[in-house]
Design a protein around this ligand. Structure first.
Ligand code: FUC
Length: 781
């Protein structure tokens, strides 16, 4: 450990101890079983997910596999769409928005008009005769181990179930115990909502096979059929350990007189990648199950916990408990608005990290609108990937909360989109490079969908590119930058070099269009958000080319174009304009606040560098209000933190942490409510809380990142400690504060970069050695 100035003395005084929550780990717990899906507890290994209801007599475990989607490999481009691009622009310049939207709906949209949906897999049903009247009931989800437990007493004996989704063993494991010798008897069956399916029983294993159901409608509004579902699936429920008697019927397994039973669920589909579904789910299940042969429950559980903790334990948080912290989770949520229990904030934070670890592992699909948890054949917004805010919000916590590798699935999706999006760039715009619009699915659709008034939005791919760049900013991985990120950024930028058009009345400006400001105002030329995103894409591409020492001319070209992109405008209410025309309605409470993208997650607006624009953002936020859907409230937590207003940021967090109602809120299992359930709000809240305590999106005059410590600490979080936060430039941070003021700061330099540390009006420059930790007192000494 290195000492700067008085750091050594102060280190002793303030004692750099490790956060140790000991037995007081984070858990969600309840004294009743779940009646609704949003009361059940989620587990997942990135690929398999399940929701556990915890009923003593009739347990229901609803499960998913992330690649079970409707449809089949499909390109969505509309042949010849580009022939209408100029006409669309002319109509919009001429004020004929309706005509433009109608023409675009006929000639410019994806085929079919919508994308396909993520599907549920099945249910495990366990029936326990005689377990109707129970006492001392408890169910919980232990975030420290990623294990869900149900325990109760029935018929004079105690019963316990443990369920988890193992990544190393690629299966869902269910362990059942009876305190009384031989007291465990139950039947197990599998069901599925897919009608093309059947069940067989072989060697005491239930086997469910089928083909995915079709999309809910046969054809789109123009009569284009939705691609038929071709993905096949198989799940197996096997008995791994059992000390009772086993028998079976045609569709169920029956166990009698056991004390301990371990069941294992393996599930797979034929999906290989977005262009190939020739996999063999039976073979995959055989492989998964053969890995488990001969392993004891304790061994499987131990390797699950070790694997899970290798992610989860990278960050520890402690906001201090209160006497209400020990109450059931749903009761704590019901009164949070009043009592502001800081420990519930910390629980929500770690739960968000848990959900990301459970739904997004290297090699899996990215977390969709519901992570991997979905029980409906026709889920809200198809449970796919909306990329005009939602999918990106899912990944806001990844780098900053030390889960960089959990972002890999999103980065891999962008790589796929750069291929499918190149076809769309050609077919819809006759341009090189690649583009993606406001949604994508497992088939990596990139063309505009749903309706031209919001589907033609060109910045989806460009926004996603920010995540590739951030992966480099946090990791400093030049090989990744060179081989993966840069080629994709470059081709995304190339598209916009051809796409941006001069404004007829301000020929000095280049603008985006036809496009929209998600998802209001219809098809327009020149929405502010597009310009902010495109500037950001260009800046990142230019910086990447510079770091790699390549493409100097291309980068110079981008610099020239970037300067001409229409700048942010302040309107007559003092607001940041959503469009080039000053037409914002101060009474508009719309959930999207897209034009504040430059404030967050962008970095072109900040109270210190662009104070007028920052003030205009405040005006806009005050117009939009403090409500909105779950993700909208989550985004506003981040906005207010970036405006350095911790109390307003916390107000939005409180508005997010209310029982789910008419807009926003949390369900009893702390899933975020759009409503209905949408996981982005969970992730956006984690990011927002992080932005209150650490920001690193600006650079100092030397080109080093500024680590802004406690920039927006709310007065309700008077004391706390977080270790394991990550900052751009490759730093790992531990912050401890008391009575609203910094107590101690530790900075681990993973790459040996320099940085500026800023706290409470003071700042110092820090040159670091790789691998060293630097300790500071509140005076930054
Ligand atoms: C966008 C949002 C909706 C919802 C959907 C999944 O369309 O406007 O609120 O989040 O995505």
């Amino acid at each position: 450990m290195k000492n700067i100035g008085f750091a050594l003395i102060l280190t002793i005084v303030f004692s750099c101890h490790e956060t140790d929550k000991g037995h007081n780990f984070y858990r969600l717990w309840y004294d009743e079983p779940a009646n609704e899906w949003v009361e059940a507890l989620p587990i997942g290994n990135g690929r398999l997910g399940a929701m556990i209801y915890g009923h003593p007599a009739s347990e229901l475990i609803q499960f998913n596999e992330e690649t079970l989607w409707a449809g089949q490999p499909h390109g969505y481009s509309h042949q010849g769409a580009h022939r209408y691009l100029d006409t669309l622009r002319q109509l919009l310049w001429g004020g004929k928005q309706k005509e433009a939207e109608e023409l675009a709906n006929r000639e410019f949209m994806s085929v079919p008009f919508r994308q396909l949906c993520y599907l549920p897999f099945g249910n495990i049903n366990l029936l326990f005769p005689g377990h109707k009247n129970v006492s001392n009931y408890k169910r919980e989800l232990n975030l420290d181990e990623a294990v869900s437990t149900v325990s109760y007493e029935a018929g004079g004996g105690r019963f316990k179930r443990e369920v988890f989704a193992s990544f190393p063993d690629q299966a869902i494991i269910i362990h059942l115990e009876s305190e009384k010798e031989g007291g465990l008897g139950f039947s197990a069956s599998l069901t599925t909502p897919h009608h093309k399916s059947y069940i067989t029983v072989r060697n005491s294993t239930l086997i469910l096979k089928g083909t995915a159901s079709n999309y809910s409608s046969p054809a789109d509004r123009w009569g284009n059929p939705f691609p038929e579902s071709k993905i096949t699936f198989e799940a197996r429920l096997a008995i791994l350990e059992n000390n009772g008697d086993i028998s079976s019927t045609d569709t169920s397994l029956i166990i009698r007189g056991a004390s301990e039973v371990t069941l294992v669920l393996s599930g797979a589909t034929s999906f290989v990648n977005y262009a190939n579904i020739s996999g063999d789910p039976s073979k995959r299940n055989e492989e998964y199950l053969s890995h488990l042969e001969g392993k004891s429950y304790n061994k499987i559980k131990e390797s699950h916990i070790t694997d899970y903790r290798s992610y989860y334990k990278r960050l520890e948080i402690d906001f201090g408990g209160s006497d209400i912290s020990s109450r059931p989770t749903d009761e704590r949520l019901n009164t949070f608005y009043r009592d502001e229990d800081p420990d519930l904030v910390a629980l929500l934070y770690q739960y968000g990290r848990y959900l990301l670890i459970s739904s997004s592992r290297p090699g899996t699909q990215p977390a969709n609108l519901q992570g991997i948890w979905n029980d409906q054949l026709s889920p809200p917004w198809d449970s796919k990937y909306t990329i005009n805010i939602n999918a990106e919000m899912n990944y806001w916590p990844a780098e900053i909360t030390n889960l960089s590798d959990c972002a890999e699935p999103l980065l891999a999706l962008v790589e796929d989109l750069s291929v499918t999006g190149a076809k769309v760039a050609k077919e819809h715009y006759n341009l090189d490079g690649w583009v993606a619009h406001h949604n994508t699915d497992i088939w990596r659709g990139a063309a505009p969908i749903n309706n031209s008034n919001h589907g033609i939005w060109v910045s989806g791919g460009a926004w996603l590119c920010q995540h590739l760049w951030q992966h480099y900013q946090f990791s400093g991985d030049k090989k990744y930058l060179k081989e993966c990120a840069y080629p994709i950024l470059k081709e995304a930028s190339r598209f916009f070099t051809g796409y941006l058009a001069p404004h007829p009345e301000h020929p000095e400006w280049l603008i985006s269009g036809p496009s929209n400001s998600p998802e209001q105002g219809g098809l327009v030329m020149g929405p502010t958000m597009d310009h902010q995103i495109i500037r950001n894409l260009f800046s990142n591409t230019i910086e990447a080319a510079d770091i790699l020492g390549i493409d100097n001319d291309f980068a110079e070209g981008l610099k020239n174009i970037r300067e001409k992109i229409a700048p942010n405008q302040i309107g007559h209410h003092g607001q940041l304009q959503e469009w080039l025309d000053d037409v914002d309605n101060p009474n508009n409470k719309h959930r999207h606040v897209s034009h504040l993208w430059g404030l967050h997650p962008g970095n072109e607006i900040h109270p210190a560098t662009t104070p007028e624009l920052a003030e205009a953002c405040k005006v806009t936020l005050s117009h939009r209000g403090d409500g909105g859907t779950g993700w909208s409230r989550a985004w506003k937590i981040n906005f207010w933190a970036r405006l350095l207003d911790g109390d307003h940021s916390f107000l939005l967090l409180k508005n997010l942490m209310v029982p789910a109602g008419n807009g926003g809120g949390l369900y009893p299992n702390l899933f975020d409510a759009h409503p209905p359930f949408q996981i982005d709000g969970n992730f956006g809240a984690v990011s927002g809380i992080t932005e209150m305590v650490l920001q690193s999106h600006l650079k100092d005059g030397n080109g080093n990142y500024i680590l802004d410590i406690l920039p927006a600490l709310p007065s309700s979080l008077t004391k706390g400690k977080i270790n394991g936060l990550c900052a751009r430039g490759g730093f790992e941070i531990e912050i401890e504060w008391e009575e609203g003021a910094l107590k101690e700061l530790k900075v681990l330099s993973k790459l040996g970069n320099s940085c500026t540390i800023r706290y409470n009006g003071r700042q110092i420059q820090l040159d670091t050695d790789k691998g060293e930790t630097y300790c500071f007192n509140p005076d930054l000494k």
